[in-house]
Design a protein around this ligand. Structure first.
Ligand code: HEM
Ligand code: HEM
Length: 240
């Protein structure tokens, strides 16, 4: 990293900030749901909150709304911060700076995978399962596993970002400092440029993408298809 302070684009800061707050709220309220209605794997002695499923459902559904935006942003505008073609090879260079950078990009990518797993399994759950102690439903088990997974990935995400860029990088994602070329006034021009570039060279671009970062393309397809499934599938399985 150069001597200058890290800077994050405004659009990323907005989408990432909202997603992060909602994901953390979903992790905390999700745990409280487990603690109130399940507790098979241990329980924290805190007062019971009867409304907790509704509270969790509210944060969770808002997370489900913004998460596709974070995924689309990250896989396109932010794809340099995700898994790279050589990330896995670089993992053999243990403890070198490139090792940490590769781990950090893998951790960023894992957040998107963990988010999609939590959203898909959560959407398939029924509100009445836990109050009626139907604790062996498969989607509930998957939802619990995806909670463990997202909590671990979140810890990795924070640890790796702080290892690579320290406090300045961590703070840069919440910083209110906006560069002039990044101002919302420029967004429509930039969107138009991007779209015209895209349509001018879409075939070449697809070819280029496939050659450049095939693993990330596969992950993108899985995550986006998963989000779409999470949107549609519950409509067909209302009841069981
Ligand atoms: C131990 C952890 C968790 C438990 C026990 C839990 C429990 C539940 C329950 C009971 C529901 C059904 C309630 C409803 O549909 O209103 C639900 C839905 C949902 N959960 Fe979780 N959850 C946990 C963690 C998480 C996490 C970490 C996320 C996301 C980051 C998440 C995302 C969702 C989503 C998107 C829904 C669907 C909301 C809807 O469409 O109404 N959950 N969860
Ligand atoms: C307090 C909580 C969080 C902090 C401090 C944080 C910090 C950061 C930082 C510093 C970056 C930029 C990395 C870089 O420029 O190299 C980043 C990127 C990212 N974060 Fe977080 N994060 C948090 C929570 C989350 C959560 C909960 C999610 C997912 C649900 C998430 C998903 C991502 C993704 C996907 C990227 C990559 C964005 C891109 O491709 O440009 N983060 N985060």
């Amino acid at each position: 990293m150069s001597g200058s302070a890290p800077y994050q684009p405004l659009l990323l800061k907005i989408i990432h900030g909202v997603s992060a707050i909602l994901a953390i709220a979903a992790m905390v309220t999700g745990f409280l749901v487990y603690n109130t209605f399940d507790g098979r794997f241990g329980k924290v002695p805190i007062p019971r909150i009867d409304q907790i499923i509704d509270i969790h459902g509210t944060f969770a559904v808002f997370f489900f709304v913004v998460f596709p935006a974070l995924a689309l942003y990250s896989f396109h505008a932010g794809n340099k911060k995700l898994l790279q073609k050589d990330s896995l090879q670089n993992l053999s260079q243990v403890s070198k700076p490139i090792w940490w950078v590769s781990l950090q990009r893998i951790a960023n990518t894992l957040m998107l995978i963990a988010g999609f797993l939590a959203v898909l399994s959560g959407r398939m759950m029924k509100e009445e399962w836990l109050p009626t102690r139907q604790l062996n439903e498969i989607w509930y088990s998957l939802h619990l596993i995806s909670w463990v997974f997202i909590v671990c990935c979140f810890a990795l995400h924070i640890l790796m970002s702080s290892k690579v860029g320290g406090a300045p990088l961590l703070l840069s994602i919440f910083s209110l400092n906006v560069r002039p070329q990044d101002s919302p006034k420029q967004w429509s021009t930039r969107l138009r440029n991007w779209l015209s570039n895209l349509s001018a060279t879409s075939e070449g671009r697809i070819h280029h993408l496939m050659q450049n970062n095939f693993p990330l393309n596969i992950i993108e397809i899985i995550v986006l298809a998963g989000i779409l499934t999470a949107l549609i599938l519950p409509l067909f399985f209302s009841g069981d």
